[in-house]
Design a protein around this ligand. Structure first.
Ligand code: GFB
Length: 311
């Protein structure tokens, strides 16, 4: 990949794709292509083929995916597995057939065995059962990552995968039914503050632990790998630290300035109790995260208010 390479960012309107686009633009990549969901339906093979035949990108960042929090994953299991498998299969095949030599596939930390009490290394892959609340999504992501291996080995292309931890930042989804925990709680605390509501509902027991990475750090790591890494491995991308959902909620409450109480809703699931990623493989390549959780939450709160008032 060089500054003149034609780079297709699939999913450029979403949390991850928009961060990749920002990072590429900031670093002076000047031949970027993208399409909105309305312009290009990635689950439709003929449309994807036509797009790749026309544009013939040199590099693809595959960040288009059907994603959501714990409830969305359970509610829309069939859509999560179907849409993700179709998008991946269509994009990888069309990319290869149209001469694309480099591709970065966005996996997920949910490909790993659930309830790991210690930080998860890449070598823990396939070493135990998946978390039930998102196994349809996880299987699709595993298929995507294994597809990269297969295309690389059979065709000699440089298709690699990364496994990001839970992400947050600009262009997140704040729809409370579908959102991940961080944007959901930020919105709930913000609205509770505005309406002087005495309580905020936090799903589950508050005891599961999660790791959160600001999405601009993820984009930075992805560019770093595509430019500097020439090997065959896949990479965990995280910040190396986790906290309980209760601690996260307290931190968000502080950033938002909410003075009321949290009420834990035991009718909602906890999901896996822990999924901290071990990022030593990535650190060995010379990359480290830059944005602390506190700083990331402050930035996200600013941005969320603008995004909510614009919607
Ligand atoms: O972020 P989240 O929806 O998904 O939930 P996962 C994380 C934890 O936060 C769970 C709790 O224990 C939830 O019960 N939680 C507390 C809440 N309050 C809320 C709330 O208001 N909304 C939400 N959504 N959760 C996802 C996967 O798992 O992780 C995806 O479902 C993806 O597939 C993503 O892999 C990275 O962290 O459990």
């Amino acid at each position: 990949m060089n500054k003149n390479s034609k780079i297709y960012v699939a999913g450029h309107k979403g949390l991850v794709g928009s961060a990749l686009l920002r990072a590429l633009q900031k670093q002076g990549y000047n031949n970027l292509v993208y399409r909105t969901h309305q312009e290009l339906e990635l689950t439709r093979q003929t449309d994807v083929d036509s797009f790749f035949q026309k544009e013939k990108p040199d590099v693809v960042f595959l960040a288009a995916a059907r994603v959501g929090g714990i409830l969305a994953n359970e509610t829309y299991q069939a859509e999560f597995i179907y849409d993700n498998l179709m998008v991946q299969a269509n994009v990888l095949e069309a990319a290869y057939r149209n001469g694309c030599k480099e591709l970065l596939f966005m996996g997920s930390s949910c490909i790993y065995p659930n309830n790991k009490s210690v930080a998860i290394k890449e070598t823990d892959f396939m070493d135990g059962p998946l978390e039930k609340t998102n196994d349809a999504y996880a299987i699709a992501k595993i298929a995507g990552m294994k597809s990269c291996d297969a295309y690389r080995r059979q065709y000699g292309v440089r298709y690699i995968a990364v496994m990001p931890t839970n992400l947050y930042g600009p262009n997140d989804n704040y729809d409370l039914k579908d959102a991940h925990v961080l944007p959901a709680l930020m919105r709930k605390f913000h609205e509770a503050k505005l309406s002087n509501s005495p309580t905020v509902s936090v799903w589950g027991s508050g005891t599961p632990k999660r790791e959160f990475l600001y999405v601009d750090d993820l984009a930075d790591a992805c560019l770093h790998l595509l430019v500097n890494y020439k090997g065959e491995e896949f990479f965990n991308i995280g910040c190396g630290e986790d906290l309980t959902i209760r601690e996260l909620a307290e931190l968000i409450g502080k950033v938002v300035g909410y003075k009321g109480q949290m009420v834990f809703d035991a009718t909602k699931k906890d999901g896996t109790m822990r999924k901290l990623l071990d990022i030593s493989r990535l650190k060995e390549t010379g990359w480290a995260p830059k944005v602390s959780l506190e700083e990331g939450l402050k930035r996200t709160y600013e941005i969320m208010r603008k995004e909510l008032s614009a919607s």
